[in-house]
Design a protein around this ligand. Structure first.
Ligand code: 9YT
Length: 129
């Protein structure tokens, strides 16, 4: 059994800070679950272009408000606490935060730990450390 608290991983190598977001990676590939789980903050007023070509990601909003726009269909969906979005087709999208959004994000395959977006909003497939 793994017990881990958010407060224990803040400002460690599991706490990844990018320009538009801060991903606190509670479970990583090395934890052996087959998925990773992140407590992610999306900073207020930001827009991020993302496409996870190598992963599937589900994000459950627990705080804040924003929206997600599909770059294929142009559809825009509001995000607020209690809404989940699931990128089951490696969907390219724009993520916008009106207020700071807190998302619980699950990645399959699991993130190794140090991934940040490349210029196309993609995470590489990394081997474990
Ligand atoms: C929603 C999203 O993809 N934001 C970027 C960070 C990512 N969720 C992560 O690594 O936690």
């Amino acid at each position: 059994m793994i017990i881990r608290k958010l407060e224990e991983i803040l400002d460690t190598e599991r706490d990844i800070k990018a320009e538009n977001w801060n991903s606190r990676r509670l479970l990583l590939k090395k934890d052996g679950m087959g998925y990773s789980v992140h407590d992610t903050l999306i900073h207020a007023g930001t827009e991020t272009k993302i496409q996870y070509k190598n992963h599937r990601e589900a994000c459950y909003c627990i705080e804040g408000e924003g929206e997600i726009e599909s770059l294929e269909s142009g559809e825009v969906h509001a995000l607020k606490p209690g809404t989940i979005y699931s990128l089951d087709k490696h969907d390219p999208h724009l993520l916008r935060a009106k207020s700071e959004m807190r998302l619980v994000c699950v990645f399959n395959p699991p993130v190794v730990g140090r991934e940040v977006h490349d210029e196309n909003g993609v995470y590489p497939l990394l081997e474990a450390d």
